[in-house]
Every structure is written in C-alpha cells, then in structure tokens.
Design a protein around this ligand. Sequence first.
Ligand code: HEC
Length: 77
Amino acid sequence: MAKAGCMACHAKDKKMIGPAFKEIAAKYKGQDVVATLMQKVRTGGKGNFGPIPMAPNPPEKINDADLKAAVEFILKS
Ligand code: HEC
C-alpha cells in the first residue's frame, strides 16, 4: 500500500486526508464488502466519510491481488 500511494492519504488509526483504516473497518464491521470496496478504491468515491473525494486508483498503481490484500488488511484494522 505504501508503494501504491495509499499511505499519502490514509493511516492506520488517525484521520488524514482519508479516513483511518480503523474507521473504515468499524463502519463495515461484519459486512461482506471486500468486492465493493475494491471497486470503490479503483474508481474513487466520496460521501461515505465526508466531502473529500478519493481519487481513482487504476491497475497501474495497484494490481487486483494487491488491492484485495489491501482491502482485507484495512477491514482487519
Ligand atoms: C488522494 C488521497 C487518497 C489516496 C491516494 C487513497 N485514498 Fe482511500 N480514501 C480517501 C478519501 C478522502 C476517502 C473517503 C471517501 C468518502 O468519503 O467516501 C477514502 C476512502 C477509502 C476507503 C473507504 C471507501 C468507502 O466508500 O467506504 C477505502 C477502503 C480506501 N479509501 C482505501 C484506499 C486504498 C487501498 C488506497 C491505495 C490504493 C487509497 N485508499 C488511496 C483518500 C485517498
């Protein structure tokens, strides 16, 4: 995730430009959202944690396997 630039906007347990991974994990606790969140990270999104949008993260930045691992890691935070 550091390589893909995720950490420029996210941190494990404090809010930066994007929500803390802990915050994301708490919001989706107990839900099966890996596929949904992978899609959202790919295309970008806004409105779930505030008005600041997340820019799209194309496959050149992070491949599917790494993205899946990243989302699973976030949800376990
Ligand atoms: C330019 C800053 C930025 C970068 C880079 C970034 N994010 Fe985000 N991310 C955000 C913001 C801002 C939000 C909150 C969007 C919202 O309110 O819906 C967010 C939200 C998220 C969410 C929750 C999405 C939702 O709709 O609930 C996940 C998961 C996530 N980011 C993962 C990642 C991963 C993985 C990467 C690296 C591939 C990444 N982010 C890179 C800024 C960023």
